[in-house]
Design a protein around this ligand. Structure first.
Ligand code: EPS
Length: 375
């Protein structure tokens, strides 16, 4: 299975192609639109989300809602294109207007210009923008439905915003009850987080946070230690780090494990009721680069969005004079959206790992093979 995307933030559309999906998977297209809507939600989002009403258009690979084994192409159209046609149309447009030269620290602008040439960071930011995550969510929701057919479910929530943290312990089912405001689980913590976002907004600033993702129902043995590139944690970390603004990823107790003794850091093994069991899950469901049958637990850190309304100090790329970085509009905090995106990114890579082991041209074959694996 392979997934790729294309499209610019203010271009006509964002598109994705999914190769290798077996035939016979009934897709729930409304569920894709639901995820797209969730990606646009959350306290602290900017004006762009008021303009867009993201919906998927399935272009190929399905008949009557069921996959036929051929590549699946899908599109999410940018409503804002109507306002940008004059400057973005692939067929011909004005490339002198809407130039961006006051390059933003933390964004791809400066390094992108040095790498791809020219003097207009518009050509860089159009693709680097987190707008691309809309189509990743659309494609990711298709792969999530492949996992779901096997009984593998992905969920997640917002652990912290800035320094405001939720330290609670939650089960997979608790996560489903997260709030619509920010995607947090503790109302009191969320109220403080909302206040913090308001403070950032008033100061023309932005903020990030930490997200936690879980995977339930994955059997043991996915990923491998035989070659380093097959390790499940390495592959999932790659997928999460590929999402805009993610600066760190940890599995299970992650960084905190480094401060513990070996006797406190591992998940001791017992045998009861004809199966191997654990009382803890500090490893986050991955040992030796393979799923061990426990719930996967992954956290990712999102940095504050680099477009600040108050502008950071920079240099104009053309005049070389000191300047305030470019801004038009910005999200103050996109942590809730980022969580939705990460669920899709995780589901995408996990589905690829699963399909590499199971193969199969039809979902019947896939389900049969998965059913015969040990827990
Ligand atoms: C985004 C759309 C973008 C930004 C944001 C994410 O829209 P515009 O640039 O037109 O305001 O709101 O992109 C970034 C945070 C970024 O750094 O590029 C979206 O749909 O998620």
């Amino acid at each position: 299975m392979r997934v790729t995307t294309a499209g610019e933030s203010h271009g006509k559309a964002l598109v994705a192609i999914i190769e290798g999906m077996p035939a016979g998977l009934q897709l729930d297209i409304a569920a894709i639109d639901e995820q797209l809507k969730l990606r646009q939600s959350g306290y602290g989002r900017g004006a762009r989300q008021k303009l867009e009403c993201d919906k998927v258009e399935m272009l190929t690979g399905l008949r009557n809602g069921v996959t036929i084994g051929s590549p699946i192409a899908l599109a999410v159209y940018n409503r804002d294109y109507e306002n940008w046609k004059a400057y973005m149309a692939p067929e011909g447009c004005d490339t002198q207007a809407r130039k961006v030269t006051r390059v933003r620290p933390g964004h791809a602008d400066l390094t992108g210009l040095k790498k791809f040439g020219g003097e207009d960071a518009r050509n860089i930011l159009e693709r680097a923008s987190a707008r691309e995550t809309a189509v990743r969510v659309a494609a990711g929701t298709v792969l999530r439905q492949y996992l779901s057919a096997l009984g593998v479910e992905v969920a997640g929530f917002v652990r912290s915003v800035g320094n405001i943290k939720d330290e609670g312990k939650y089960s997979f089912d608790d996560i489903k009850k997260k709030s619509e405001t920010l995607g947090m689980l503790d109302k009191n913590v969320e109220e403080r987080a909302v206040k913090y976002i308001e403070e950032c907004k008033a100061a023309g600033d932005t903020c990030g946070g930490v997200l936690e993702l879980r995977v339930k129902g994955l059997k043991s043995g996915f990923g491998s230690f035989m070659t380093y590139a097959e390790k499940l944690d390495a592959r999932l970390a790659f997928a999460l780090m590929s999402v805009q603004a993610i600066k760190g990823v940890e599995f299970g107790d992650g960084f905190a494990l480094s401060a513990k003794k070996g006797s406190e850091a591992h998940d001791e093994i017992y045998y009861a009721g004809d199966k191997f069991t654990r009382n803890t899950n500090r490893a986050g469901g991955i040992e030796g680069g393979m799923s061990n049958g426990e719930e996967l637990v992954v956290r990712a850190a999102m940095k504050p969005i680099p477009t600040l309304m108050r502008g950071l100090n920079t240099v104009d790329y053309v005049s070389k004079q000191p300047a305030r970085a470019d801004t038009e509009r910005s999200d103050v905090c996109a942590i809730t959206a980022c969580e939705v995106v990460l669920e899709s990114a995780l589901a995408t890579e996990l589905a690829r790992v699963v399909s590499e082991r199971l193969g199969g041209d039809t979902m019947t074959e896939v389900l049969d093979r998965y059913g015969r694996l040990p827990q």
